[in-house]
Ligand binder design. Structure first.
Ligand SMILES: NC(=O)c1ccc[n+]([C@@H]2O[C@H](COP(=O)([O-])OP(=O)(O)OC[C@H]3O[C@@H](n4cnc5c(N)ncnc54)[C@H](OP(=O)(O)O)[C@@H]3O)[C@@H](O)[C@H]2O)c1
Length: 248
């Protein structure tokens, strides 16, 4: 339980779902975790739950100024960090014909620009030999109904991460993609699906997954831990953690 002892890990979208589960897992391995999100009270609760000296920085990843401010705070507090997980993301399912300009810009601002400028800002603080994880989605590689806009934003993650793996090579910083299938998190309540229709949708998704169920955030956290800790020779990959859903 000490594989991240003495390390500093920063996780965007760390107050909920996959990010929070990963923060808890990293902290249990001895890491000092800094989480980000927009909701201060939810961040405070998550910091309490994570324990082990965790802390938070509130802000919107769509705002480039936030990334600069976060980098300054991290630099002042720690000098260098070891792990950066660009994980914050949004999704609102809609057929392309129904996507407004505002929805388009919101998705790309959070899911793509937020990741790009996060790595641009915090990257210089990552210690040589550190690691970056980018959270993508099965939707980036598999066609799913009404996912076109979201899929486009997540497809950018593979291109970003592969290029960064080379850009950071001199510093031996590994860059990998964590690609979840459907996972039981708050995001399932933000798909634009009514509460009444949600159980049916979740059952439908579970039926599509060879594992026969949705994933749990802790299972994604375990995969993130592998990418950053044990997987010392793993670089530039997309790790699908989807119960086999990509196979069918
Ligand atoms: N759960 C799934 O089925 C699934 C499948 C594939 C991929 N993913 C990806 O996994 C990642 C984590 O999602 P999750 O399932 O854990 O969902 P979640 O529980 O809804 O968590 C999303 C996190 O992102 C943060 N966030 C959203 N917009 C933000 C913004 N503009 N600025 C800063 N933080 C923002 C949220 O915090 P605030 O609301 O406080 O800002 C929250 O912490 C996302 O990138 C998502 O696309 C999830």
């Amino acid at each position: 339980m000490n594989s991240m002892k003495g390390k500093v890990a920063v996780i965007t979208g760390g107050n909920s779902g996959i990010g929070k589960a990963t923060a808890i897992r990293f902290a249990k391995e001895g890491a000092e975790v800094v989480i980000t999100g927009r909701r201060q009270s939810v961040l405070d609760d998550a910091v309490h739950e994570i324990g082990y000296g965790a802390s938070s920085v509130v802000g919107d990843v769509a705002d480039i100024g936030f990334h600069r401010r976060l980098a300054n705070e991290l630099s002042e507090r720690f000098g260098k960090i070891d792990v950066y997980m660009a994980n914050a993301g949004i999704i609102n399912l809609a057929p392309s014909a129904e996507v407004s300009e505002e929805e388009y810009d919101a998705h790309f601002s959070v899911n793509a620009r937020g990741v790009f400028f996060g790595v641009q800002s915090v990257g210089p603080l990552i210690r040589d030999g550190g690691s970056i994880i980018v959270t993508s989605s099965l939707a980036a590689t598999k066609v799913l109904p009404s996912h076109t806009l979201y899929a486009g934003t997540k497809a950018a993650m593979a291109a970003f991460a592969r290029n960064w793996a080379i850009e950071f090579r001199e510093r031996r910083i590994r860059v990998n993609i964590l690609s979840p299938g459907p996972v039981e998190t708050e995001i399932l309540g933000k798909l634009g699906i009514s509460e009444a229709d949600r159980p049916g949708l979740e059952q439908h998704m579970a039926n599509l997954i060879p594992a026969g169920r949705l994933g749990r955030p802790e299972e994604l956290a375990e995969a993130a831990l592998f990418l950053t800790s044990a997987g010392t020779f793993v670089n530039g990959i997309e790790l699908h953690v989807d119960g086999g859903m990509s196979l069918i």
